[in-house]
Design a protein around this ligand. Structure first.
Ligand code: ARG
Length: 278
């Protein structure tokens, strides 16, 4: 799968870039984001690291997300937000002495909010890729994802190559949308507001398959009779937290918290709670 090789190469490049301590292409960074970053950096030099954190809402860690992506973020019947990202974000906020505030919106809006500094971070099962790295900074990765294909039982689609000539459903703004429109043409891909809506379109016969991350795919297939996930993987990805480009103080604080939560087993415990071993 060429996609996977490209992604792996991307990951290697990302590691070497990280080692150099910077991104190769900062030209695309918005001037608004960089001037904000400059002022928060100035603040960081005056005080200790933790105290220097300037956030969008004082005393709070504001996270934008799209809570329609189980088990990473979802809304309970009672209207509460829960999931892997919600719990990890809560643990990060605790470490930073901030109160977690979650703003639920469409996925593309959640990315943009962090990019434009309207939220402190986007945490939404966000895949790290080169395009996004040009417009936002990412934390270290905290989980991995796989793009998979959901079809109806008995479908003539058996591998990713079979997607050619079929209608594909995806969530707007996701890597699934990007891969499919690159590989099979935009006319073959329909973008829905969220993954569940795409799955409902598959149920109704409006699309022939859905390309989405494997963890939500498993949840949607479990809840909808007659659907199956193909064995072949479309792409393997890393999830990370996105922040406004140049907000080094926040990226470092979040990475510090993530490292501690990895070391003490908190992240593994949260992942194990929501993703049952196969
Ligand atoms: N991992 C995919 C991406 O980054 C999909 C993420 C969708 N997340 C969500 N909360 N709806 O593009």
């Amino acid at each position: 799968m060429k996609k996977i090789t490209a992604l792996l190469l991307g990951a290697v490049m990302a590691l070497s870039l990280a080692a150099c301590g910077g991104s190769a292409s900062s030209a695309a960074a918005s001037s608004a984001a960089s001037s904000e970053a400059a002022s928060s950096e100035a603040a960081a030099s005056e005080t200790t690291e933790a105290a220097a954190l300037t956030t969008v809402n004082a005393g709070k860690l504001t996270m934008s997300t799209n809570a329609a992506f189980p088990p990473y973020e979802m809304t309970t019947d009672a209207g509460e937000l829960e999931g892997i990202d919600v719990e990890i974000a809560g643990a990060i906020a605790d470490k930073l002495g901030l109160e977690l505030q979650i703003d639920d919106m469409d996925f593309d809006a959640a990315l943009l909010a962090a990019q434009q500094g309207k939220s402190d971070m986007v945490m939404a099962g966000v895949t790290v890729n080169e395009e996004r790295k040009q417009v936002m900074d990412f934390s270290n990765t905290y989980a991995s994802g796989v793009q998979v294909v959901i079809v109806k039982e008995g479908s003539d689609i058996a591998t990713v190559d079979d997607l050619a000539g079929h209608m594909i459903g995806t969530q707007r703004g996701t890597t699934g949308y990007i891969y499919c429109s690159d590989d099979f043409g935009e006319d073959s891909v329909t973008a829905y507001d969220d993954g569940l809506t795409a799955v409902q379109a598959l149920n109704n016969g409006q699309v022939d398959c859905v390309v989405i991350d494997s963890a939500p795919a498993k949840e949607f297939v479990a809840a909808n009779e007659g659907l199956v996930i193909l064995d072949t993987e479309y792409a393997v990805e890393d999830y990370a937290i996105g922040m406004a480009k140049g907000n080094t103080a926040l990226v470092e604080a979040v990475n510090g918290a993530l490292a501690e939560l990895k070391a003490d087993g908190t992240i593994d415990a949260i992942l194990a709670k929501y993703i049952k071993a196969e």
